[in-house]
Each structure stands twice: as C-alpha cells, then as structure tokens.
Write a protein that binds this ligand. Sequence first.
Ligand code: GS8
Length: 217
Amino acid sequence: MVLKLYGSPVSTCTGRVVAVIEEIGLEYELVPVDLTTGEHKRPPHIERNPFGQIPALADGDLVLFESRVITRYLVRKYGKGSHLLKEHTPEEAAAVDQWIEVEVQHFNSPISVLVYQHLFLPVFYGGKTDEKVVAAEVEKLGKVLDVYEAKLSKTKFLAGDYYSLADLHHLTYGHYLLTTTPHASLFHSRPHVKAWWEAIASRPASKKVTAALSFTS
Ligand code: GS8
C-alpha cells in the first residue's frame, strides 16, 4: 500500500518526513493540505492530527502525526538495514536519540524563529522582520552551533561517523536558513558544521527534498 503523507511541499516538517521516505526509497503520495484556507484545522485533517498541524502520515489504517515520530516509525518499519536509527545496541541507540533530542530542544527553536522572521512572516503573512528578535535568536543559535562544532570536530556526523536521523532532522530548516536568510555564516563560519552540512545537503535524498522547497535560489 502506498504511504499517504498529508502536508505541504514547502513545509519544513513535511520535508523532514519526505527526506526519510527518499532515504529508504519508499513509494508515497503527497496529499496537499492548504494552510492558507485553514484546511488543517477542519475535518478530515483535524482527525489525522488533533492539534491541527501538518504533516500526518497514513500507512494503511495507521495514522500518525509529529514529524519526528513518523520518521522513526518509517525507519523501524521499512528501513531496518539502514543506520538511520542505530538500534543494534542500547548505547548506539542512545547516541542517536541524544542528538535527535538536541535538535528538538536546542536547535529547532532559534532556527525556526529565524526562518519565520525572514521567510514565512514577510512572504505568507505580509509582516515585517523584527530585527531585535532576529538578533536574540542569532545569538542563541550561534551558541548551539558552537556545541555542534565541538562535537563534529570528533565525529563526522552528530551521533557518530554515520548519517542518522539525528542529522537528517536538521535538513529542511538548515536549507531555509542558508538559502532564504542572511545568516548562512552561522553554519559557514564553523568549519566542522560547514562540512557536516555539506555532507547532509549533498545526499541524493536531501537534494530531492530541497529541490521541492520553494522560495530557494
Ligand atoms: C510541528 C508541526 C508544525 O509546526 C511536527 O510535526 O514536527 N512538532 C510538529 N507544522 C506547521 C507547519 S511547519 O512545517 C503547521 O502545521 N503550522 C500550522 C499551524 O500550526 O496552524
């Protein structure tokens, strides 16, 4: 049965799931949910995600929401041979889990504000970038990336020398930050972060995802 992914091609959280689908090589159908008309807040989408957000995945009768839960589900169900979740030993699984959590707890908040301020706010909502907010979030993200720089000076990827979901989860916001905001130097000025980013972005699966994200150069 073909997976159905309910979301939007320009959404970071939808793209996160598409990245895993492409890494594993699964067939899927992207069913558009139009945020501009509030389709995500009404039935039938609200039944797929009670928080009225995208994405949601339907795999037969199973319906899931939360992009990072969907990615783990897909790896466990269809990507067992991959290293995307190293569940061979509790120690390796913990290394991936730890950096998956770091992305959620430390990276996502400042980078999503920066992308919102520079891209979604002006483009979708006709608002004006708040430079005070931007300055505070640039500082926060810089501190997080200092930690990444130290870790990535020891291993090629976050959890170890292998590409995992811990890295993949950074793809879509990283892409938008680098291509639609004036803050690419946050990544490029840190040599190990820069090399890590290039290793992520140059993967064939990543290229398919980022090609579909609009607003990019
Ligand atoms: C966040 C989903 C989300 O913010 C996840 O799936 O990872 N933790 C969740 N979705 C946004 C689009 S961002 O790609 C969304 O649906 N926004 C509309 C809204 O919240 O009303």
